[in-house]
Design a protein around this ligand. Structure first.
Ligand code: NMX
Ligand code: MLT
Length: 436
């Protein structure tokens, strides 16, 4: 058994009694109340999900397994010559809550190389789609097609299914999926935008470096990839992609079915697709300015108002939970300040950051006028030559797989039941409203 799996076995055995005790002895304790506003308003802020993989504080932002982004980057073993931890180190940490040793990381790196082969029929399914299909549609279709490989589904139908052991098969699928998804993403990129010329994986590289290699983008894109996948991995479990993954897996659908569904949610413009929308907004803005006209605070402010007055959202700004600048935005901004401070697009993104919160506050609708992760991510890709912005959400999807997969392994380990909230009718709400 790998050291990762052995650690996970220990962690799960330690954790199970905590969940059982909470359920048996304290199941009746009230942790929230549901108002009409919350029922109509997308269950905003209703505390009804449990996960230990990450937690989102509205003011502080995300903590992965109790660690801030900065602490996470500092604690985990780095890739040789790199500034950021390997994705494999982060996977060990996200699954177990323990910081791995270099030896444990090397084991995961080696294991992922064994797991990463994508069956040819998955690529054939992608190729069967019209080439101008959105890359997120291709990614979701590829992951869905790969469901045929599910070890969890095979175990379920084997006649031997045992709820206590279900997580082990989910872990197998989750590990295969996180090892394979960068291969599929790089394939989609080269298929769509690089004349269908593909670069075989390099057996000497960790996941982030191999992804950069297969994309055909030189250093420091290996580190950009590691940073990007880690930052996008998880945002507790109420966001659309994580929640969808959890919900679908709760029907004992396997990891492929669950993650394809999660990707479909991530592909929405209010969620992960916002990163491509940020680039689209900037390019439209520059096109309208005309050649040779410099962006200024005044013309940026005017363009933001034009967007709002047209009844549209400013992509990359606002959040359902956060009430401050997203620390994932800040982490990427720090990267830009260090590696590409003079990039004209970065300067424009920084200028938008100076004025957009004020505009949104004056507009008076958005509860959070500050930037989220998507406002800053595209500019880094653009800088390193990945300029096909409709691909950006695929990158988000590769990262988010880590969080969703870690969550559904634990969902099965802790025996979480099928999710099934209760709905009511408008008439019932009116009756409760009348009764006060
Ligand atoms: N630009 C304009 N209006 C906004 C914005 C924004 N960036 N953010 C919120 N609002 C509006 C929102 O549309 C709503 O209007 P209405 O009452 O007419 O429906 C009002 O402000 C109140 O919304 P909030 O409660 O502040 O936000 P909510 O929790 O409903 O939605 C987002 C959160 C993230 C969907 C929203 O802020 C938004 O649409 N942002 C722009 C898209 C974006 O960047 N999404 C990416 C989020 C991060 N991610 O990767 O998933
Ligand atoms: C995410 O990373 O999932 C987004 O910031 C959206 C969210 O947390 O609701």
């Amino acid at each position: 058994m790998s050291q990762l799996k052995a650690t996970l076995v220990r962690k799960i055995e330690e954790h199970r009694p905590r969940t059982q005790r909470l359920l048996k002895e304290f199941g009746h304790v009230v942790i929230d109340e549901v108002t009409i506003e919350k029922a109509i308003g997308g269950a905003r802020d209703v505390r009804c999900l449990v996960t230990d993989i990450s937690y989102l504080d509205p003011m502080e932002g995300i903590r992965f397994r109790g660690k801030t982004i900065e602490e996470t980057f500092a604690a985990l073993p780095k890739a040789p010559g790199g500034e950021y931890p390997t994705v494999e180190a982060f996977w060990f940490f996200l699954l177990t809550g323990e910081v791995p040793t270099q030896e444990q990381v090397d084991e995961v790196i080696a294991e992922w190389k064994e797991r990463r082969n994508v069956p040819q029929y998955v690529y054939d399914v992608i190729r069967a789609l019209p080439k101008d299909s959105h890359p997120m549609t291709m990614l979701s279709a590829g992951i869905l097609a790969m469901q045929r490989e599910s070890k969890f589904a095979r175990y379920y139908h084997s006649g031997e299914y045992n709820k206590q052991r279900a997580w082990e098969y989910m872990y197998e699928d989750a590990s295969d999926l996180v090892a394979r998804i960068p291969m599929i993403a790089a394939y989609i990129y080269r298929y769509k935008y690089k004349d269908d010329v593909h670069i075989p994986p390099d057996p000497n590289l960790d996941m982030g470096a191999n992804f950069a290699h297969m994309m055909g983008v030189p250093k420091p894109y290996d580190d950009v990839s590691r940073m990007y996948f880690i930052l996008h991995s998880d945002h507790e479990s109420g966001n659309v992609s994580a929640h969808t993954g959890h919900l679908v897996a709760s029907a004992l659908s396997d990891a492929y079915l669950a993650y394809s569904a999660a990707l479909n949610g991530l592909a929405g413009p209010l969620h992960g697709l916002a990163n491509q929308e940020v680039l689209r907004w900037i390019m439209d803005f520059q096109a309208k300015l005309g050649e040779g006209v410099e962006p200024t605070r005044e013309n940026v402010t005017q363009a933001l108002w034009d967007t709002l007055n047209a009844g549209q959202v400013i992509p990359g700004y606002g959040h359902a939970v956060l009430r401050k600048t997203d620390p994932r935005y800040t982490a990427q901004r720090e990267f830009c300040l260090k590696h590409m401070p003079d990039d004209p697009l970065f300067k424009l993104v920084s200028m938008i950051y100076e004025v957009a919160p004020g505009v949104l506050m004056q507009h008076g609708k958005a509860k959070n006028p500050w930037p989220n992760v998507d406002a800053q991510s595209g500019v880094i890709q653009w800088h390193y030559g990945v300029r096909e912005w409709d691909f950006y959400t695929v990158l988000f999807g590769v990262g988010r797989a880590l969080g969703v997969m870690a969550n559904i392994v634990w969902d099965r380990a802790l025996g979480y039941p099928i999710e099934r909230p209760k709905s009511v009718t408008t008439e019932m709400l009116e009756q409760w409203a009348a009764a006060g």
